[in-house]
Design a binder for this molecule. Structure first.
Ligand SMILES: *[C@@H]1O[C@H](CO)[C@@H](O)[C@H](O)[C@H]1NC(C)=O
Ligand SMILES: *[C@@H]1O[C@H](CO)[C@@H](O)[C@H](O)[C@H]1NC(C)=O
Length: 188
């Protein structure tokens, strides 16, 4: 049970995330990747688009996932800020201990933070991943969505089928904002 003060801290930590629905709908029931296998999911992913959020406001976002001996995952999220400096946050991911559904992971970037959901909705491991997160904090619902890819771009056809998939799960794809992945800006 969270103490009120901890719950409040958790709340303020994410309160400036963009997609908060006050007293709103429940989280949509979205499937996760069938028989999700963490091993081929590890390695580097490029962030192609996402729901805007307060902690990833730079460009060129990458995530590197590394499986540790204790079966947790070390997360290295790096982005390039407006002033050209690179910004890295190290976090941790794990299987949701309260769920036996494959692909329902959790992530956090500080041991003072509550675990947030990280659902691998769909991935083919080699090209793309659709990651969705929906959590309740007090009276609101907070959603995150990312399209990740193994390269800095995806073929248009792959991208449009990803967007169709997202919509078919009742997740709003129109709020996605593209991340700059132009090598001229991102590769130094
Ligand atoms: C995180 O990833 C960045 C970019 O790939 C790399 O430069 C940095 O060394 C990594 N940091 C850690 C602690 O692994
Ligand atoms: C997915 O990635 C693999 C390995 O890089 C590649 O051979 C294949 O063509 C890609 N498939 C699609 C649909 O992009």
């Amino acid at each position: 049970m969270m103490t009120p003060i901890l719950a409040l801290l958790a709340f303020t930590a994410i309160a400036d995330a963009q997609f908060i629905t006050w007293f709103g709908d429940s989280c949509p029931r979205v499937p996760t990747k069938e028989n999700f296998d963490i091993v081929p999911y590890m390695g580097r992913w490029y962030e192609l688009s996402k729901y805007p959020n307060s902690f990833q406001n730079g460009e060129c976002g990458t995530a590197i996932y590394r499986l540790e001996a204790d079966n947790t995952v070390t997360v290295n999220n790096t982005q390039i800020k407006d002033d050209g400096s690179s910004d890295t946050v190290i976090g941790q991911a794990r299987d949701d201990p309260d769920s036996d559904i494959p692909g329902r992971l959790q992530v956090r970037f500080s041991s003072f933070q509550p675990w947030g959901s990280y659902w691998v909705v769909d991935t083919d491991y080699d090209n793309y991943s659709i990651v969705y997160s929906c959590n309740y904090f007090l009276v609101n619902r907070v959603e995150f969505l990312w399209i990740l890819a193994r390269d800095r771009a995806l073929p248009a056809g792959t991208l449009s089928s990803i967007l169709q998939k997202i919509e078919s799960y009742g997740i709003d794809s129109t709020k996605l904002v593209d991340t700059v992945q132009d090598p001229a800006i991102c590769v130094k």
